[in-house]
Design a protein around this ligand. Structure first.
Ligand code: KG4
Ligand code: ZN
Length: 353
């Protein structure tokens, strides 16, 4: 039984994965014995963003309660746990340290392996929760979250090649910042997307990224254009028109999704993957899911997007990478308690097989 802990940002998450069922199962979700999460969204909402110190302090009170809850849900005792994995970065340092120190103490006191997990690698393999088969180990992945926008060619566990990365804001950050310009409630991405549902995406034409640079995403041009337009609309008194606001949101959402789609389709054309995986919080976006589904099926590429609860931060995906690490390196490799500190910055390119 593998315990997985995640406290890299504002969600405290804990899961228990049955390692035997993981090895033999069709989808990792079937091996998930329990999966719980405590969100701090409401706590940070008044500040319009995550307050690191508040996040860390709240993890310290949530974590022991969630551990009790997963054990109850799985009908297990803490002593039934035979390995522990924990997000060690990237993320907020103080927040990361809460689960890391917990994992170190727990593993040391029970003499069980303690496996550090990279949060981005968790998002990357979240689709394993839906399906595990041979073909799944080679794919093109778009990881779109609040902190990252990256297109990665995956050729197996720990065999990653970065195809394109954001030069400035991440896609989720663009959603959040423009939502804040529109004074929409935090977290901005889902609020903006909700407002966009029956808006006209053609009403405002916002810049897409430069088609000429296939190696990078960039959202700063869009953000500036949205800010300028909002100022102009405020000046001419039309900003409070509810129809206009819906159209504005729909046009922004369309521009972000188009930008992600353009770069992704160019990479698909070049690399000809059989499967495309999307993960990270922005993968919960309805328009993005629909557009990628349509465009990729027209190209004969299979699209796999985890269910929304596995796209946003969760401990199940951390458990998947913990279990894959155990399979790949063996339990002995993780016998010593890691000396590493939390790693606020930990690019995928620093992971080696
Ligand atoms: O992966 P995640 O939960 O946390 C990070 O590791 O960053 O991603 C959170 C991001 C936020 O920027 C949030 O606004 C965005 O995902 N997001 C969405 C939607 N749901 C979450 N953006 C657009 N549409 C959504 N439905
Ligand atoms: Zn994340």
């Amino acid at each position: 039984m593998l315990l997985a802990l995640e406290t890299s940002c504002d969600e405290t998450a804990v899961s228990i994965l049955d390692l035997e069922a993981f090895r033999t199962g069709h989808a990792a979700v079937d091996a998930l014995r329990a999966n719980v999460l405590a969100t701090q969204a409401a706590l940070h909402a008044p500040y319009g963003g995550v307050v690191p110190e508040l996040a860390a302090r709240t993890h310290t009170t949530n974590l022991p309660q969630l551990l009790q809850a997963v054990c109850d849900n799985a009908n297990l005792k803490a002593t039934d746990i035979t390995a522990c994995c924990v997000t060690s970065g990237p993320g907020l340092k103080g927040a990361l340290l809460v689960a890391m120190n917990f994992a170190k103490g727990f593993s040391w006191s029970r003499s069980i392996p303690c496996i550090p997990v990279n949060h981005l690698e968790g998002h990357l393999w979240a689709a394993e929760l839906e399906r595990r088969d041979g073909a799944a180990s080679e794919f093109l992945a778009l990881l779109v979250s609040g902190g990252h926008t990256v297109l990665i060619q995956v050729e197996g566990f720990r065999r990653y090649r970065i195809i394109a990365e954001t030069r400035d804001d991440a896609a989720g950050e663009a959603f959040d910042k423009i939502a804040s310009i529109m004074e929409l409630p935090y977290p901005g991405g889902p609020s903006l997307s909700k407002l966009a549902v029956d808006g006209d995406p053609q009403r405002f034409i916002f810049p897409r990224m430069m088609a000429g640079d296939p190696k990078s995403f960039s959202f700063s041009g869009l953000k500036t254009a949205a800010l300028r337009k909002s100022e102009e609309l405020r000046r001419n008194g039309s900003w409070d028109d509810p129809i206009l606001r819906k159209d504005f949101a729909a046009s922004v959402e369309r521009a972000i999704v188009d930008s992600l789609l353009d770069k992704s389709l160019a990479a698909v054309k070049e690399l000809q993957p059989k499967r495309f995986v999307i993960s990270g919080g922005v993968a919960a976006n309805r328009l993005l899911r629909r557009e990628f589904e349509q465009q990729l099926s027209a190209q004969g590429v299979e699209l796999l997007i985890p269910r929304p609860e596995f796209c946003t931060d969760n401990a199940a995906m951390i458990g998947v990478v913990g279990a894959m690490s155990l399979e790949h390196f063996g339990a002995e490799y993780f016998a010593e308690i890691p000396k590493d500190d939390a790693r606020p910055r930990w690019p995928l390119t620093e992971l080696s097989a």
